[in-house]
Every structure is written in structure tokens, then in C-alpha cells.
Design a protein around this ligand. Structure first.
Ligand code: GA4
Length: 330
């Protein structure tokens, strides 16, 4: 076991403990997808927070637990074994380094594309077991979560009174959809004891570039979202629910009506956190622009761009950067 000295831990981005938020975590919108009024609550949650929790989501528990146990098994392998999987450029195993521009966090992860053409053998000859079984567990989980994400996007289109209810969901359903799946493991860090009254950053603050992100974690806390006033609130973990983030692309398609939420994950000194996130993105050639039916005489806040252009620019950015500013009209 590698024992880190205090200076080494300090390297992992300690942030000062933020002042307590005036808003209770209970205020995080909770949407029951089986209720008839969910579409209006979804629209409100996307406008007010860009973030909400869903229950009655229809994702089978067995898909969740099967994949979680495979993830736990993989992350418990010795580092030398995990490192035999390809590095995450763009898909593979990463440890403490996020993206390629110098961001670090107390996290290890597997980053995968959801493309059916993706060959798991290069990556997964070393994911600790039969690559086909691993691929199956990912596919079952991702297909089911994607179905739920599409249902949410269709309810949002209804709630926004857009006639074409698949206007958002068709982008995820497209065979060329550029979607990503990520398994994160935030190991406990017992050496870290409230250093300088701060927090140990697992995954630094950022917004997600895609349309929608669907997160599920085990029962360890850590996820925080930023409110409009800049305060951070902790999201109580709930392994039976999903947490949904509005991504930058959905913010643009709604001409800023929905907000992509800034979020981050703090590592825990005692408990391990495992999360799985599906990032639903459009095809690379897709133009990302406000929907005409939402404009009602207003001007677009954004320049025209394709998802390919946005993604290219995003991959040159640092995690905490506001990636949309480059595409805003002055
Ligand atoms: C944030 C959302 C997803 O995790 C991700 C991340 C990606 C990466 O880990 O490679 C990025 C980050 C994310 C945005 C800016 C760039 C790219 C790390 C980074 C510094 C997979 C994604 O699509 O964008």
C-alpha cells in the first residue's frame, strides 16, 4: 500500500471548506417519473438547478448491482493490473489525472464510449475478467439508463410545449450519438484529516459538455452542486435513485433557459465512493443551437457550432473552465 505524506495529499487539490449553505439539501428537486405532473416539475428543476433526483426510473436493480460489483472488482485489482488497461486517451483506465491538461483528483476511473463498435478487447483484456461479460454488463446498464434519459428528455420537450417531443432524445438515440460512460472510484483517504479545515477534491468543479448526464452512486456522499449564488450544497447519496445533470449542450438548445450545473465530488477519508455516469451526447456533426420554437422573438445567446467543434474546444480546456463563454455572442 502506498502511504501518502501530508504534502503529497495536499497536492490533490484541497479546497477550503465552504461556508454552510442557507439551503437545506432537501431542496434538491425530487421527480417521480411515474407521476403525471412530472414534466412541469422537470422543466422547473432544469431552470432552477440544472439538477434533480429521479425515482421510479424503471432501471432494473439487477443491472445496477451487476455492473457495480464488476466495477468494485476491477478497482480492487493491484494498480499494476489496472494500468494494463489502455490509458484514457480517450478511453481506458485513469488514475488521479483527469483529461490531458493537468487536472488532478483523488479518483481512479474507467472511461468508455457507448458506441457499439467499441472493441473492449484492447481495453478489457485487462479489466480483470472476461471482456464479453464486462461489455454485456455495461451494455445492459447503459441501454436501460439511456432509455430513462430519453424519457426524461421527451417529458422536458412536452413540458416546454415543443411539438416534436423527440427533439432532444433523437440525438441520444442516433446511431452516431457521441455518448460516454464513466465508472469512478474515489478511494478512502485515511491520511487525510481535515487538512487546514479543507476538503479533499475527488473530481474538481465543472459542468458536463453533453446534453444530459445520469449519475448513480453507492451510498457514500461526496457529490456537491453549486447554486446560482455560488454556494455549494452536498447531495445526500441515494443508491436507489438517479441524479440528472443538465449539460452545456442542453443549455444552448434551450437558449440558456436550462442551466448546466456546476458540480464537484469531495473524497471521503473513510469510505469508498463508486459512481457510474452516462453522458448523453449528440452525433459529432450535429449543430448545437437554440430551438427556434423556444426563441419567441429573442436572439440566440450563442454562436452556431457543431458538437465536434465544442468537444474539440472542451478537450483543450481545464476542468473548471467555463467552456461556453467562447461560444457566447458578445
Ligand atoms: C467532464 C464530463 C465527463 O466526465 C468527460 C470529462 C472529460 C474527461 O475526463 O476526459 C473532460 C471534462 C469532462 C471536460 C473538460 C476536459 C474533458 C476532462 C477535461 C479536463 C468525460 C467529458 O465529456 O467532459
Amino acid at each position: 500500500m502506498v502511504v501518502l505524506s501530508k504534502p503529497a495529499i495536499e497536492h490533490f487539490c484541497i479546497v477550503k471548506a465552504s461556508k454552510p449553505s442557507p439551503i437545506l439539501p432537501d431542496s434538491i428537486p425530487l421527480i417521480d417519473l411515474s407521476k403525471p405532473d412530472s414534466k412541469n416539475l422537470l422543466v422547473k428543476a432544469c431552470q432552477d438547478f440544472g439538477f434533480f433526483k429521479v425515482i421510479n426510473h424503471g432501471v432494473p436493480t439487477e443491472f445496477i448491482s451487476k455492473l457495480e460489483s464488476k466495477a468494485v472488482k476491477f478497482f480492487s485489482l493491484p494498480l499494476s493490473e489496472k494500468e494494463k488497461a489502455a490509458p484514457p486517451d480517450p478511453f481506458g483506465y485513469g488514475n488521479k489525472s483527469i483529461g490531458s491538461n493537468g487536472d488532478v483528483g483523488w479518483v481512479e476511473y474507467l472511461l468508455l464510449t457507448t458506441s457499439p463498435q467499441f472493441n473492449y478487447h484492447g481495453l478489457a483484456s485487462n479489466i480483470g475478467e472476461n471482456p464479453e461479460k464486462f461489455r454485456c454488463a455495461v451494455n445492459d446498464y447503459v441501454s436501460s439508463v439511456k432509455k430513462m434519459a430519453c424519457e426524461i428528455l421527451e417529458l422536458l420537450a412536452d413540458g416546454l410545449k415543443i411539438q416534436q417531443r423527440n427533439v432532444f432524445s433523437k440525438l441520444l438515440m442516433d446511431e452516431q450519438s457521441d455518448s460516454v460512460f464513466r465508472l469512478n472510484h474515489y478511494p478512502p483517504c485515511p491520511e487525510f484529516q481535515e487538512l487546514n479545515g479543507g476538503n479533499l477534491i475527488g473530481f474538481g468543479e465543472h459542468t458536463d459538455p453533453q446534453i444530459i448526464s445520469v449519475l448513480r452512486s453507492n451510498n457514500t456522499s461526496g457529490l456537491q452542486i453549486s447554486l446560482r449564488d455560488g454556494n455549494w450544497i452536498s447531495v445526500p447519496p441515494d443508491q436507489n435513485s438517479f441524479f440528472i445533470n443538465v449539460g452545456d449542450s442542453l443549455q444552448v438548445m434551450t437558449n440558456g433557459r436550462f442551466k448546466s450545473v456546476r458540480h464537484r465530488v469531495l473524497a471521503n477519508s473513510l469510505k469508498s465512493r463508486v459512481s457510474m455516469i452516462y453522458f448523453g451526447g449528440p452525433p459529432l456533426s450535429e449543430k448545437i443551437a437554440p430551438l427556434p420554437s423556444l426563441m419567441q422573438g429573442e436572439d440566440s445567446l450563442y454562436k452556431e457550432f457543431t458538437w465536434f467543434e465544442y468537444k474539440k474546444s472542451a478537450y483543450k480546456s481545464r476542468l473548471a473552465d467555463n467552456r461556453l463563454v467562447l461560444f457566447e455572442k458578445i
